[in-house]
Design a protein around this ligand. Structure first.
Ligand code: FES
Length: 78
């Protein structure tokens, strides 16, 4: 089974990611406050975090762990 939207707000992850891109939001907290999603039952929160981290608009159930953050080489250290 795949999860692709916040049922409480009737917002698809596709719409949430589009909003995040449009507004330059990168963290779940920015998206949660900005578009007011994931603030009712909270069941969608980990799925939205995963969607933000991966760009995927459909997330497997149960929610997989977040992918590791890729290290960005520091230009000043090399
Ligand atoms: S499913 Fe998103 S807040 Fe309930």
């Amino acid at each position: 089974m795949m999860v692709s939207f916040c049922t409480c707000e009737r917002l698809a992850f596709r719409e949430i990611l589009a909003w995040a891109n449009e507004h330059g939001a990168t963290s779940f907290e920015e998206v949660q406050e900005g578009i007011k999603v994931g603030k009712r039952c909270g069941m969608c929160c980990c799925y939205i975090e995963y969607a933000l981290a991966t760009g995927e608009t459909e997330v497997p159930y149960p929610c997989p762990p977040l992918p590791p953050v890729k290290a960005v080489p520091c230009a000043g250290c090399n």
